[in-house]
Design a protein. Structure first.
Length: 131
C-alpha cells in the first residue's frame, strides 16, 4: 500500500492537465463593462484620473497562474489565489463573463478524459516501480 499515491495522482493531474488548461485565457470579449450605479461610475472615473486604473486594461494572467495546491483527505485541492476568481470562473460567475470565460466546473468536465488518463498513468507507473 502506497499512502502517498492519492497525492501523486492529484499532483500529476494538476500539473499535466488542469493547470495548463487554466493558463489559457479566452479571447477578450471586447464588450464594455457597464456601471451598476452612478457611485460606481464616479469611483472608476476618479481612479482613472488618478492613474489607479490604466486604460486600456491589460490582462495580468494571474487568474491562470496563481493557484495553490493544498492537501485534502490524502489528495489535493487547487485553490485560486486571485480574489476575483469566483466572479470570473466560479459558479457565481458575473453576467459580464458568461459566454467568454468557461466556469471552472465546465473546464474540469471538458478535461475529464485527460484527467483519467493522467491518473491511470501515475497508477501504472507506481505499480511498475513496486515490482
Amino acid at each position: 500500500s502506497d499512502a502517498a499515491l492519492p497525492w501523486r495522482i492529484a499532483e500529476r493531474v494538476a500539473d499535466e492537465v488542469v493547470l495548463p488548461a487554466l493558463i489559457k485565457y479566452p479571447k477578450a470579449s471586447g464588450r464594455a463593462q457597464p456601471f451598476k450605479t452612478a457611485a460606481q461610475r464616479k469611483f472608476v472615473m476618479g481612479a482613472i484620473r488618478r492613474g489607479d486604473i490604466k486604460i486600456p486594461y491589460r490582462r495580468t494572467g494571474d487568474l491562470g497562474t496563481k493557484w495553490a495546491k493544498q492537501p485534502f483527505n490524502g489528495g489535493m485541492v487547487l485553490r485560486s489565489e486571485v480574489g476575483y476568481s469566483e466572479i470570473v470562473i466560479g459558479e457565481q460567475q458575473a453576467e459580464y463573463f458568461k459566454g467568454t470565460w468557461p466556469t471552472l466546473s465546465k473546464t474540469i468536465a471538458d478535461l475529464e478524459g485527460d484527467i483519467a488518463l493522467a491518473a491511470a498513468a501515475e497508477i501504472v507507473e507506481t505499480i511498475g516501480n513496486s515490482r
